[in-house]
Design a protein around this ligand. Sequence first.
Ligand SMILES: Cc1cc2nc3c(=O)[nH]c(=O)nc-3n(C[C@H](O)[C@H](O)[C@H](O)COP(=O)(O)OP(=O)(O)OC[C@H]3O[C@@H](n4cnc5c(N)ncnc54)[C@H](O)[C@@H]3O)c2cc1C
Length: 648
Amino acid sequence: MVWWPRGPPDGGDNESRESSIMAKQRVIVVGGGLGGLWATLRIVENGYDVDLFSLFPVKRSHSCCAQGGINAVLDVKGQHDSIAQHIVDTIKGGDYLADQPPIRTLCEEAPGLIRTFDRMGVTFSRTPEGILDQRLFGGVKNRRTCFAGATTGQQLLYAVDEQVRAHEVAGKVTKYELWDFLSLVKDEEGVCRGVTAMDLRTMQVRAFRGDAVVLATGGLALTYGRSTMSSNSTGAPASRVYQQGAKFANGEFIQFHPTGIPGHDKNRLMSEACRGEGGRIWVPQKAGEARDPMTIPEEERFYFLEEWYPAYGNTVPRDVASRAICRAVRHMGLGIGGKDMVYLDLTHQPREFLETRLGGILEMYRTFVGEDPCERPMRIFPATHYSMGGLWVGFEKDEQTGGMARVHPKNHATTIPGLYACGECDFAYHGANRLGANSLLSASFSGRVAGDAAVAYIKNLKRSCDQTPEASYEGERKRQEGLNTAITARDSGENAFALHRETGDLMRGHVFVERSNEGLDAALEGLGKLKERAQQIALDDRGDWSNQSLSWARQVQDMIVLAEVITKCARERDECRGSHFKAEFELKIPEGKFEGDPEYEEYKAQWAANNKKWLKHTVVTHTEAGPTIEYWPVDTSVLLPEKPRDYR
Ligand SMILES: Cc1cc2nc3c(=O)[nH]c(=O)nc-3n(C[C@H](O)[C@H](O)[C@H](O)COP(=O)(O)OP(=O)(O)OC[C@H]3O[C@@H](n4cnc5c(N)ncnc54)[C@H](O)[C@@H]3O)c2cc1C
């Protein structure tokens, strides 16, 4: 039976409600991070009720962990920063692989978004004069990042949550926290008409009606086992809708953040803000150097980012920095103590300055490593951090402005009618590499856009979900229960935690910063076997109350499906672009040569020829036999790809 969350409006029982026509349409939002909360807010402000689902209490959504800041051109530092420059930096940062009209609108609306956050009460850091402060982040030359100390995500998330709570109190939003989204309910025409979800306390699976569904379920970095992300960032919801027919795009573009703190349980992040506030990355010049870093004199240190990229130095974009670290460590053998580690040094900055600007994360380093970053350089290495790829979403171009139409049902629509996606689980905005502090921006902005689009969509619906036959809901609910029972009924079999560890090991081993076709083939073979084994998962806990291992087992199955997508996309893309790097296809910038030099011009011509072949979105469709790939064009109508990225 379909579950009517707030009880039937006519006061009758659920059965009688099912036959009546709904007085009001409703939208389901899955995910309560910045993307989901913003979408919720927009839908409610447009007069529609929202059922909001989240695996965790929404205040624990991963957005809460974001540290360094959010980008918007306010030009408070007298650097003549401009929105045009923000657009160019974002497009180039992503190696031209994102559709440009949405980027244009994203950057144009960023300052207004910051002012809205400010009015909501976000405690942005300010200058002594009371002006919003801005710091430097990677891949840009201007100070463009607004921040709230080093806990920016938490301040933003709590501010939007507070707004949503007001609507919750007014009965417009119903929150389903600790519910696991399992699948979409589609009608006989393939239109999305609701969801199924599992209550993580009672383990009951229920179907919910909705006229549109907005998926805002965040990133997928847990497919790599250890990452900087939270444990809700499995990508399982995106995998589930992909397996139900939504196309997935640009899966191969995974961001490896250069300054992760390696950990045996998970990797933690030292924000790019460290480098924005003057942090320097270095290794000892001598391989195997055993001295205490504080005793190694300046002239015996190798500040490789500053040497290789003098124009940007330590604030080169993340893909460039991560590769440089791998080069210093794995190719030149200069890792600290011969290990996968380099120094991130803040010790030259005054303690008071560091505590004010970066207090939250310095505390984290002290807690997990046991050393004080104000006294000793930190030890860091690239860690899986973010997914530029995600569910394919469309947009409507505004021909007059060249940006995205303000409100349109095509914006952020997936390939399943009635399903929208926003935030990190979509593929828009960041192309082949995301610039730091652009994600809190895109999650918030895309949430607003998707919320508006879902409303525009349901306004034009000819049939409401009330008229979808009960059988569609009941059939899908039973299918999901069947998948659960297949796991809980098994007496012995594979261990979900071990499968996850093995998946992570494969992904970090072969689908990391540097990739090769040989390694990717090996990964695909391994993932094929893991996928089969995942169908044989058995649980120690087979109870029907608060059984976390059942939910986890389901997520592991779906993570392996996504891992295969990522790997297959990487295998097929024979080039280097942004975070995707295969040495065998590298077009090297001729050393010491710049525009005008014949060698550089020759390189530029090769780069342009390569773009003709590869400047395309990888678009993946699920089939029982595995992912199938096609390539779709990229809208480069704002900035033609005429110049290669060059951060030297
Ligand atoms: C350590 C760290 C620091 C970062 N710092 C910055 C920064 O300074 N600036 C910046 O711009 N970006 C930063 N990022 C990136 C940024 O935080 C994220 O990309 C962004 O917050 C994602 O927001 P979201 O709304 O898409 O998803 P999330 O905030 O991850 O929310 C996802 C939601 O989906 C729900 N969900 C997941 N699975 C299910 C399921 N099965 N069923 C129901 N609900 C589900 C979760 O409960 C959650 O509510 C950082 C990332 C990391 C890892």
